[in-house]
Design a protein around this ligand. Structure first.
Ligand code: ATP
Length: 397
């Protein structure tokens, strides 16, 4: 069952939720008797923060929540209105202490998308999304690239078994740290510097995550993952490239059963279109990961089908569909909810609810095969109808 909840009185007051005491439900918080802290309920429900955000995020996330409920996922949810509407009303992007509250009170976060033409600076999107990634140190961005049905792939002769790889993108460094500046702005002598930050710690932990992922995860068909490919541009970006190369070699030597591979990002882009069969686990930096995963989404049926997780192992992690807020199609009930629904499935799996996750993925697969989809992937249903179809299918499983 999905229901609203509150674990902390201060947060409950801030967001006007009922407190645990008001609902008579015991919870493990600072305010409770030691008994509860020492012996928490064995089957405690996972706590999920839902942040739909802007644009189509507000349309696809409710469908994902509906489907999780239909799957019988043992989670409790609380909804947050962070996004453009809230920012335009009271100037708040993320409330003070918002990120530590998420980390303290939730097991996972399901996010829609941020971006609204009424906020041309996109300041709220930057503060909320990058704030979450940086302040919660969600250093791994996992983007599975799987083709559900051959009809969705623009490449000739490519079957679902041919597209089953994962991109592991570094999520907290690179050019996204906003380090740099502009000198002599607006003059003919203007200089703009954008720094690319690569720390030994940051590079090592993402590469290690990729090898661990490869060693411990299987493909859809149950076969073992066997290769980690590092993608960079070390022939041109020599300083950062050298660090990535050295660390990749060192960490890779600890996993003799895994084959290390390397490609420059330009060559990889071409190969991804030419023959996606060759990829297994790809690890790369923040910017190249951003770019190649949009390209990879094209292999899966477009941005409306792609899921992602922003993860810090062992800590509260955040899950979001790969697509943005898509202002041109927002509010029209035409956005594809499957990327968000598959993202919810990925989150449930991360939370240990594998059965519910598998049911949801199977239902989306049925929907795709039976063309019970939105127009972007060949069906004629609206966002709500497509989400509703999957929810009903899940309920019958
Ligand atoms: P951002 O900068 O936040 O990534 P964006 O507007 O540049 O956002 P997206 O929002 O990802 O890019 O979408 C680009 C286009 O892809 C949309 O305008 C839309 O045509 C299509 N698209 C994206 N997501 C979906 C979806 N869920 N369903 C259908 N079409 C989508």
């Amino acid at each position: 069952m999905v229901s609203a909840f509150a674990t902390n009185k201060r947060v409950a007051r801030l967001f006007n939720w009922p407190t645990s005491a008001a609902r008579g439900a015991p919870r493990t918080t600072d305010h409770q008797p030691l008994l509860y802290a020492t012996f928490p309920p064995v089957a405690q429900k996972k706590r999920v923060a839902i942040i739909p955000g802007d644009g189509i995020g507000k349309e696809v996330i409710p469908e994902a929540v509906k489907v999780m409920a239909a799957a019988g996922a043992e989670i409790e949810t609380a909804q947050f209105d962070w996004g453009a509407d809230r920012y335009l009303t009271d100037g708040i992007t993320a409330p003070p202490d918002g990120f530590s509250m998420l980390q303290r009170d939730f097991d996972a976060i399901l996010v829609g998308a941020f971006g609204d033409p009424r906020v041309p600076t996109n300041i709220h999107a930057k503060e909320i999304l990058l704030g979450m990634r940086f302040q919660m140190d969600l250093y791994v961005n996992v983007r599975p690239v799987r083709l559900l049905d051959a009809a969705l792939c623009p490449l000739k002769g490519i079957e679902p078994k041919d597209v089953d790889f994962v991109v592991i993108r570094e999520n907290t460094e690179g050019v996204y740290t906003d380090a740099g500046g502009v000198f002599k702005r607006g003059t003919p002598d203007e200089i703009a510097i954008q720094e690319d930050i690569n720390t030994r710690k940051g590079v090592e932990r993402i590469i290690r995550y990729a090898f661990e992922f490869c060693a411990n995860r299987t493909k859809q068909d149950g076969s073992r993952r066997q290769r980690v490919l590092m993608c960079d541009k070390s022939n041109a970006m020599t300083h950062a490239g050298s660090l990535w190369q050295r660390v990749f070699k060192q960490v890779g030597s600890e996993y003799p059963q895994i084959k290390p591979q390397h490609m420059y990002v330009d060559a990889l882009s071409m190969q991804m279109v030419r023959d996606p069969r060759q990829f297994d686990v790809i690890v790369t930096n923040n910017m190249f990961g951003d770019i190649i995963t949009d390209l990879a989404a094209g292999l899966q049926g477009g941005l409306g089908m792609a899921a992602s997780g922003n993860i810090h192992p062992g800590k509260t992690s955040m899950f979001e569909p790969v697509h943005g807020s898509a202002p041109p199609i927002a509010g029209k009930d035409i956005a594809n909810p499957f990327g968000a629904i598959l993202t919810a499935a990925m989150m449930l799996n991360h939370l240990g609810l594998a059965r519910e996750s598998e049911k949801i993925e199977a239902a989306v697969l049925d929907a795709v095969r039976q063309k019970k989809t939105t127009q972007d992937i060949g069906g004629n249903l609206g966002t709500r109808e497509a989400g509703g179809w999957v929810a009903k299918r899940v309920q019958r499983m």
